[in-house]
Design a protein around this ligand. Structure first.
Ligand SMILES: Nc1ncnc2c1ncn2[C@@H]1O[C@H](COP(=O)(O)OP(=O)(O)OP(=O)(O)O)[C@@H](O)[C@H]1O
Ligand SMILES: [Mg+2]
Length: 233
């Protein structure tokens, strides 16, 4: 069974018809990358999946449970962890305080403060620093660590490498590969083609609110014309 199955999604902002019949599935224990240029609707699809934005039509199933009418809070509790675009770090809370939020409903599981610090030793060094004292890379690690602390069954990351230097992106890539080896199911939105391809089992390419390509990472690597047309790489 698929962990996530979005079918026939149509999402609007007012009159603007952003998602025009999107189908996307994520198999358990795999990494699925969603690629596409700026403004094609990647974040809108993520927001629709996690319940921040309602689809006007279509269904989203999470481990077989329909979630398209659920609140974002309930969806998070069911086990979808989000690393939002822009990271949404609290500027005036420490690293550790942010990792320990939310306290009320966090699912029990393998992810604890210690394990997150093992994964990101840098966060341990910075644990008493405030959000506004962190570098971009550290903020990205914190956003990932915060999502892992909820012990998600599906980790959704929206451009975790945005704005980071190549050497930091390489570091993230190593960490994400380690996460993948734990069997975590991941949906990764990326504009960094190398990072997306290094991690993905399955790749989706979006253009103007529609999925224009689905295949394995190897297949997309060979699809030169398509890559050029839709991704510019
Ligand atoms: N809150 C909003 N209200 C109205 N229009 C919006 C809103 N958010 C996004 N849009 C528009 O919807 C379209 C899709 O935006 P979206 O953020 O989903 O794209 P994206 O693929 O995530 O882009 P990026 O790579 O820049 O993050 C764009 O045309 C954008 O301008
Ligand atoms: Mg986006």
């Amino acid at each position: 069974m698929k962990t996530l199955e979005a079918s026939g999604i149509h999402t609007y902002y007012g009159e603007s018809h952003v998602l025009q019949g999107v189908d996307l599935g994520v198999e358990q224990g795999t990494v699925t990358s969603l690629l596409g240029r700026n403004g094609v609707g990647k974040t809108t699809l993520i927001r629709t999946i996690v319940g921040f934005t309602r689809a006007r039509a279509g269904t989203v199933a999470f481990n077989g449970t329909p979630i398209e009418r659920m609140s974002a809070h309930r969806i998070a509790r069911l086990g979808i962890g989000l690393v939002p675009q822009g990271r949404r770090i609290f500027r005036s809370l420490t690293v550790e305080e942010q990792l320990l939020l939310p306290t009320s409903w966090r699912a029990k599981g393998e992810w604890t403060l210690d394990r997150v610090y093992q994964l990101f030793p840098r966060l341990k060094e910075r644990r008493t620093n405030l959000g506004n004292q962190l570098s971009g890379g550290e903020q990205s690690m914190l956003a990932v660590g915060r999502a892992l602390m909820t012990n998600p069954k599906l980790l959704v990351m929206d451009e975790p490498s945005e704005g980071l230097a190549p050497v930091i992106i390489q570091e993230l890539e190593r960490t994400f590969k380690g996460l993948k080896q734990t069997g975590l199911t991941v949906l990764l939105v990326e504009q960094n083609f190398g990072l997306a391809m290094a991690l993905a089992d399955t790749v989706y390419v979006m253009s103007k609110g529609q999925i224009v390509y689905t295949g394995t990472a190897t297949e997309l690597a060979d699809a030169h014309d398509l890559r050029h047309q839709y991704l510019g790489v």
